[in-house]
Write a protein that binds this ligand. Structure first.
Ligand SMILES: [Zn+2]
Length: 447
């Protein structure tokens, strides 16, 4: 057996023992602290001031409609970009959406992208954080009624912008794209355009974080107020898996280890490391009943993507004309958003983006050796391109466990563990000297 350091750490999980080490990187913590609920509130109220941000609404007015909204968002990103030393570029991602069920004529649409270029030219990884800036009233084709969309989804848009403001001043080896996309309510058109472009142009998208409806803390029917939980939705069997890949997943019990679910677990571990009083709740499904979101087009193109959404939704707010009926307020107004909560969710997103963009890339060609019948597990992999890792964590858990239970630190690119591959699940992630971890990779069987 090759010599390697074998160190076990207990991870912070709901089921693990109370003994846990939380080690924060001061560089990331500083950025996390700079995220401001006051800035977030200012952005949300400004977005609401455009009266409606319906995708098909006015594009000529300077003060109302989708055109004014996107121009303002672009100008804000450009302000943040001034602090980036030329590394952040802001652009409209423009396209014409053909006529469809919720588009009555071919319509020019514009996403706003702020791209913070990575400093390592050999590292082509891309991380994306996104919110949708369009809104809607009760009727999906109503382009003139007030549609404030404060929580759906000015909250996610403000998150993407405020995180960009803080991160623009810093350097990361990998590239981060901060998006405000359009056309979500009409059919995920803005996100779909970026996802297709990413695939066609060969972007190495390592993770996409969709934030949609992340600003309400009071449940509709109940008087439960929950400002310390955020849901992360992830698919189990990858949306884009081929028949052959699905067969392999079934045979090995891999249905809880899609790249998106690995990303969701990572969000829990790292997000809770940096944000106090925030419980990242994994939901083992792609999205809620009857709903979809901007992570879906990325899943369809084969990228790892998750959706963050508040714990308790208020459906009297979403997609509703502003009115009062039988004493009940309807409409997605900014007074009902909880800005300290959006701040927490923004901080969690920032910690993920920063930890990922600072980390080495994922290990390559990760395999589990299946040629011998043995009660040990032998794993091997190749070092990633770009920044060399200080080592790797081999992650392990029981097949019935939701979270990783042990991590073994090794400096070699092979590990033999005294646990049977038949009884446990494994993955490998790269880690640098400061403790920034890449996303984990599940091993493929190898002979
Ligand atoms: Zn939405």
């Amino acid at each position: 057996m090759k010599c390697f350091k074998l160190l076990a750490f207990v991870l912070l999980t709901a089921t693990a023992s109370a003994q846990t080490t939380v080690k924060q990187d001061a560089y990331i913590k500083q950025m996390v602290d700079e995220v401001s609920s006051k800035n977030i509130e200012t952005i949300v109220r400004k977005l609401v001031s455009f009266k409606t941000r319906h995708t098909l609404s006015d594009t000529l007015s300077k003060t109302e409609g989708i055109g004014a909204a996107r121009n303002w968002i672009k100008a804000e990103y450009e302000k943040y970009a001034k602090e980036s030393g030329g590394r952040m570029r802001v652009q409209f991602d423009a396209f014409v959406q053909p006529q469809g069920t919720r588009i009555d004529k071919p319509t020019p649409m514009k996403n706003v992208l702020a791209i913070l270029k990575g400093t390592d030219t050999a590292d082509h990884r891309v991380y994306i954080v996104s919110g949708h800036y369009d809104s809607r009233a009760t009727k999906i084709m109503d382009i003139t009624s007030a549609a404030p969309g404060a929580v759906d989804d000015a909250s996610g848009t403000a998150l993407s912008m405020e995180v960009a403001r803080v991160m623009a001043k810093r350097k990361f080896p990998a590239t981060i794209i901060f998006m405000a996309v359009v056309g979500e309510e009409q059919g995920l058109y803005g996100s779909a355009n970026v996802a297709k472009r990413a695939k066609a142009e060969g972007w190495n998208v390592d993770a996409m974080l969709n934030n949609d409806i992340v600003g309400n803390t009071r449940g509709m029917e109940t008087d439960i107020k929950d400002n310390r939980s955020i849901r992360v939705f992830s698919d189990g069997v990858p949306t884009a898996a081929t028949e052959k890949e699905v067969a392999a997943i079934i045979s090995l019990g891999g249905e809880n280890d899609s790249p998106s679910r690995l990303l969701a677990r990572y969000a829990k571990e790292v997000g809770e490391r940096y944000v106090d009083q925030l419980d990242v709740k994994l939901i083992y499904r792609r999205d809620r009943y009857l709903r979809g979101g901007d992570h879906l087009p990325f899943l369809e193109q084969g990228f790892a993507a998750v959706r963050f959404t508040e714990m308790n939704e208020d459906f009297n707010r979403q997609h509703q004309d502003i009115r009062k009926e039988n004493g009940v307020d309807y409409g997605d107004l900014p007074d009902f958003a909880d800005y300290d909560y959006i701040q927490k969710v923004s901080r969690m997103n920032l910690s993920l983006l920063a930890n990922l963009a600072l980390a080495p890339a994922k290990p390559q060609n990760v395999g589990v050796i299946t040629s011998d019948l043995t009660n040990k597990t032998k794993l091997k992999w190749d070092a990633p391109k770009g920044k060399a890792p200080a080592g790797y964590y081999v992650l392990m858990r029981e097949t019935i466990s939701p979270y990783w239970e042990k991590k073994f630190f090794v400096t070699d690119t092979t590990a033999t563990l005294p646990y049977s591959k038949d009884n446990y699940l494994f993955a490998v992630q790269s880690v640098d000297a400061e403790g920034h971890e890449s996303l984990p990779v599940v091993p493929k069987p190898e002979r």
